[in-house]
Design a protein around this ligand. Structure first.
Ligand code: URA
Length: 240
């Protein structure tokens, strides 16, 4: 079915100006649809089939934007905060017109893979507790991580509020005073990784998300950098 949107919404979403500015551009005659000047900013346009031009340049419309960020420590996974920096502070204004938001939260001090999008349905599916989309983390742990911890996590551990976690896969990369591990969980409770280690008497001292579904963090992104996802990568987020 044809998807129709107002021309002023389309152009303002794409960063051509505010709705009020688009209205002025329409009056000036620089907005065309199917080669005809459009003076009414409320004109409905078929985003798939109609040809839109702004100042004689063809406009390619897209509804959604999908961004992969290597989140730095010190930023909140939020769209607004009065006090602290937020991940959207790191993103170019041309993306902000799409009103992206983080798909799930990472703690302020957690680094690594964060997906930002304005595709609410995708976010809903990925975060749904029924979908069990796996998330893999790399962590440094204060203390020796043991094979007993691996077995306990595989069985499920009890968090401080009595919640029994689903089976998770713990891989010990390095066991020592500061251990290094990878943990894959299939749910997303508040501070889950930190609380799972607390349940076995250990403290997470560094945490980084490596993957979500089958989407892996692009390690060529420096901390705080981001890029758009390809269509194939968008599909990987939901794959198990
Ligand atoms: N688990 C945590 O404890 N913190 C995060 O940021 C993500 C998972």
């Amino acid at each position: 079915m044809a998807k129709k949107l107002r021309i002023d919404k389309i152009l303002s979403n794409l960063g051509y100006g505010s709705r009020a500015e688009i209205k002025i551009y329409c009056k000036k005659g620089i907005v065309k649809v199917n080669d005809k000047v459009i003076s009414n900013p409320g004109t409905q346009v078929d985003i798939d089939d109609d040809k839109i031009e702004f100042n004689n340049e063809v406009v390619r419309y897209r509804e959604f934007v999908y961004i992969m960020m290597n989140k730095p420590d010190g930023y909140l996974s939020a769209t607004f905060d009065k006090r602290d920096p937020i991940v959207l502070d790191l993103i170019d204004a041309s993306y902000l017109t799409f009103e992206p938001f983080p798909v799930g939260r990472l703690d302020k001090d957690t680094e690594g893979l964060l997906v930002l999008t304005n595709d609410g349905q995708l976010a809903h599916r990925v975060l749904s507790p029924k979908k069990h989309v796996p998330k893999t983390y790399y962590a440094k742990i204060d203390g020796i991580v043991t094979v007993e911890d691996v077995k306990a996590f595989e069985k499920g551990v009890t968090l401080d509020d009595g919640y029994e976690t689903m089976p998770s896969q713990l891989k010990i990369l390095e066991s020592g005073e500061i251990s290094e591990i990878e943990l894959t969980i299939h749910e997303g409770k508040f501070h889950q990784v930190k609380r799972m280690f607390e349940s076995v008497g250990k403290k997470v001292v560094y945490l980084k998300r490596l993957s979500m579904g089958k989407l892996k963090l692009d390690e060529t992104l420096d901390i705080g950098e981001y890029r758009e996802l390809t269509d194939e990568e968008v599909k990987l987020i939901e794959e198990r």
